[in-house]
Design a protein around this ligand. Structure first.
Ligand SMILES: NC(=O)C1=CN([C@@H]2O[C@H](COP(=O)(O)OP(=O)(O)OC[C@H]3O[C@@H](n4cnc5c(N)ncnc54)[C@H](OP(=O)(O)O)[C@@H]3O)[C@@H](O)[C@H]2O)C=CC1
Ligand SMILES: Cc1cn([C@H]2C[C@H](O)[C@@H](COP(=O)(O)OP(=O)(O)O[C@H]3O[C@@H](C)C(=O)[C@@H](O)[C@H]3O)O2)c(=O)[nH]c1=O
Length: 295
């Protein structure tokens, strides 16, 4: 039996995080427990299109666990750059899974609520059928399938609508627009749960110390929102916390009234009941307040 699969308690655990400069990688670095050693690598240090390069990095850092956060995440641009999206989200992910299998290293791969079609009206279970409606979602779904085929012992964590002080995200976009515009229109017919990347980071570290994994987990904050409701709360909290000096009108609009290159699922709330046994999730409004306080 592979002794690394028995790693528990985190003592002496070496983690290799791929995708160093991204939002989730930065959140993982910010939430790293003291007893876990982490090496984060980006394009300069690793070529994820080359299995040997990944194996070399795993060996160099004596990694017990690899966490892949590298991805093509620009949802609208993916529509016009499908090859790049699939190259990164499917092929590179499969390479990392294959390298983890060869080196007997545990592997956590990040995925998204956008693998779902959005036709359901209740939270998506990990066992629900997928059916992405845009190229990003299709490439991430292909990535999940390729990763599981290459290493069935790995673990996929799907999450949704991430926000944090790191990278680009909806909260940062809205705060900028709220400072520079006199009005905003925001889509009110797409629903999911905004999720703190910091809370996700904490969840992933706890998951990394679990003896046994399911193949797929869902993680988000608790509650639900449309992008419009999310934007309203961002503005309310930012005014309340002294980060914005004026309130601008925000109009709720339909997806048809705010056309984007990529179609997005109308409903992609994730059922997080299994993950909630590993870590207690918090309401998204609470986590959002904590973030906005620090900006
Ligand atoms: N952001 C969100 O709202 C959500 C994200 N997810 C998933 O979470 C994961 C992490 O997302 P997030 O951190 O937000 O994404 P980001 O776009 O912030 O980060 C992705 C990272 O991937 C890196 N990367 C791209 N190509 C390569 C490459 N060839 N080699 C090494 N690194 C590369 C990028 O590097 P560089 O900075 O150099 O371009 C970037 O740092 C992804 O799997 C995403 O699908 C899931 C749900 C929601
Ligand atoms: C800027 C803006 C956006 N929108 C809408 C467009 C879109 O439907 C929605 C969110 O737009 P964004 O481009 O910020 O977010 P988007 O790229 O769709 O976010 C997604 O990213 C990927 C990586 C994921 O995996 C998903 O979980 C999700 O977080 O808000 C408005 O309605 N008004 C606006 O002024």
């Amino acid at each position: 039996m592979n002794k690394k699969i028995l790693v528990t308690g985190g003592a002496g655990l070496n983690a290799l995080v791929i995708g160093k400069h991204g939002q989730v990688a930065q959140a993982l670095l910010a939430t790293k427990p003291e007893h876990i050693q982490v090496k984060a690598v980006g394009r300069q240090e690793i070529d994820i299109h080359n299995i040997d390069s990944i194996i070399e990095a795993v060996k160099k850092h004596s990694a017990d666990i690899v966490i892949n956060t590298a991805a093509y995440t620009h949802v609208d641009n993916a529509e016009s750059h499908p090859e790049e999206a699939f190259f990164l989200n499917e092929q590179a992910a499969a390479n990392i899974a294959a390298a983890s299998k060869i080196t007997h290293t545990r592997f956590i791969h990040l995925s998204t609520d956008y693998i779902f079609s959005g036709e359901k009206h209740s939270p998506y279970l990990v066992t629900d059928a997928a059916g992405a409606v845009n190229i990003y979602g299709k490439s991430k779904l292909a990535g999940e399938q390729a990763v599981l085929a290459a290493n069935p012992d790995c673990c996929i964590v799907r999450t949704s609508w991430l926000y944090s002080r790191f990278g680009n995200n909806f909260v940062k976009t809205m705060l900028k627009l709220m400072q520079s515009r006199d009005t905003l229109s925001v889509i009110n017919d797409q629903t999911a749960c905004p999720t703190s990347a910091i809370a996700l980071g904490q969840f992933i570290w706890l998951l990394s110390q679990q003896k046994k994994w399911q193949q797929v987990y869902h993680w988000s904050d608790t509650g639900r929102a449309t992008w419009y409701q999310f934007a309203l709360e961002i503005q309310n909290l930012a005014i309340d916390l002294g980060k914005l000096t004026r309130r601008i009108p925000i109009a709720p609009v339909s997806s048809e009234q705010f056309p984007t290159p990529a179609k997005r699922p109308k409903f992609s709330l994730l059922d997080i009941s299994v993950s909630a046994q590993i870590m207690t999730p918090r309401p998204w409004q609470q986590n959002l307040r904590s973030l906005i306080k620090t900006l």
